[in-house]
Design a protein around this ligand. Structure first.
Ligand SMILES: *Cc1c(COP(=O)(O)O)cnc(C)c1O
Length: 383
């Protein structure tokens, strides 16, 4: 079995985890959380970093401290993992789904502008935009930021898949008001489960830290000035994260080499790989391409050969949980009516219908990668 993407753990992880364990500080107290935050900020060039329980929690904290609340509109990619959008709902706000550009599969700035202009005409001012750097490739940040500035919206980055990706010399996540990362088991680095918010605004960092720790005021008494969350990262998880962060440059080199190898072998055969803008660099989290032929049959053949390929996500606007009568739960019968607005959608639909993510673990061997490539070529020839 060749899995899609599994963690790369070694002696460094073992040593720091045992150090945390031996210290007996496994939970909310201990030095590793602060060290992880400081070194993460140093690596990305962010001013402040706040560790939390997951990438989803990071996005929720970001929306909350940016003032997104009940009834607000938030623009987000239609083509992304579900957790880019669910925190919008957790805040009582409404997602507005925006289509992708052909080349990078990320937010299409033209569709973002269309949405703002048309919503403005009907008296709506979206409060925020979540720009996802999908599969690790940087979104077209400059134009999207300019549109946000023009309409007074906050720009938040979902960099959950894009740790190490850059635009020019800047790391993604450090360009918007707040950038959010994930350390889930399959991401570029892992803490078992965890996340990070980075920001250039110390007041926002303080607010996120406070909310992530039950909004408890300093002192011995249990006094809470806001309704907060238990969203903190444990000292154990931070120890793991610190060890992984030390290996991140090596992980990124491996990811780039794997993606490059797939591209060289498969592009000449008609596979279309995700593009990046000039001057930008992807984290190459999951090498993905649009295949020539019947995607589902090709994927079935990969699965039968023990290869953990995955279809690209369905458009979020088609997710049952975002359709009108999905809440009845009567035997999986869902309505056709969308609960939320969508601008464009053709690109997301095509990506969803023809895309495959290929095994991209940093420890993927050359022999295993060759097996994936030959199996995929064979499957495309038959479909
Ligand atoms: C993984 C992921 C998240 C959520 O991160 P978790 O740590 O799993 O909560 C959010 N957005 C995107 C794009 C992701 O891939």
């Amino acid at each position: 079995m060749i899995p899609l993407c599994t963690p790369d753990l070694g002696p460094a992880e073992r040593a720091l985890l045992l150090e945390a364990l031996d210290s007996t500080f496994v939970s909310s107290v201990g030095p590793f959380v602060e060290r992880f935050e400081r070194e993460f900020a140093d690596f990305t060039g962010a001013r402040q970093a706040v560790a939390c329980a997951s990438g989803t929690a990071a996005l929720h904290l970001a929306l909350r401290v940016c003032g997104v609340g009940r009834g607000d509109l938030v623009l987000v990619s239609d083509f992304t993992f579900i957790a880019s959008a669910t925190p919008i709902l957790h805040q009582g706000a409404e997602p507005v789904f925006i289509d992708s550009e052909e080349r990078t599969w990320n937010l299409d700035p033209q569709a973002v502008e269309d949405a703002f202009v048309r919503l403005d005409r009907s008296g709506h001012r979206p409060k925020a935009v979540i720009a996802v750097h999908v599969l690790g490739a940087p979104a077209d940040f400059g134009p999207i930021q300019a549109i946000c500035d023009r309409f007074g919206a906050v720009l938040i980055e979902d960099a959950a898949e894009a740790l190490g990706a850059t635009i020019g010399t800047a790391h993604v996540g450090t360009l918007g008001r707040i950038g959010c990362f994930s350390f889930n088991g399959n991401k570029v680095i892992t803490t078992g489960g965890g996340g990070m918010c980075v920001t250039g605004d110390p007041a926002l960092a303080t607010a996120m830290k406070h909310l992530s720790t039950q909004a408890k005021l300093p002192g011995l008494a249990f006094v809470h000035d806001q309704v907060g969350y238990n969203y903190r990262l444990t000292n154990l998880a931070a120890a793991l994260g610190l060890a992984q962060l030390g290996r991140l440059p090596e992980f990124l080199r491996r990811k780039h080499a794997i993606a490059e190898r797939y591209r060289a072998a498969l592009e000449p055969l008609g596979c279309r790989f995700q593009g990046v803008h000039d001057g930008a660099r992807s984290s190459d989290w999951l090498a993905s391409c649009l295949v020539a032929g019947d995607r589902d049959r090709i994927l079935a053949q990969l699965t039968a050969a023990g290869i953990g390929g995955r279809p690209l996500w369905m458009p979020l606007s088609d997710q049952p949980c975002f359709l009108e009568d999905s809440r009845g739960g009567d035997g999986g019968k869902f309505g056709e009516e969308r609960r939320f607005m969508r601008f464009g959608g053709e690109v997301a639909k095509r990506l969803s219908a023809t895309g495959i993510s290929l095994p991209s673990s940093t420890h993927l061997s050359v022999a295993d990668q060759d097996h994936v490539i030959t199996t995929l070529i064979h499957a495309m020839g038959q479909s």
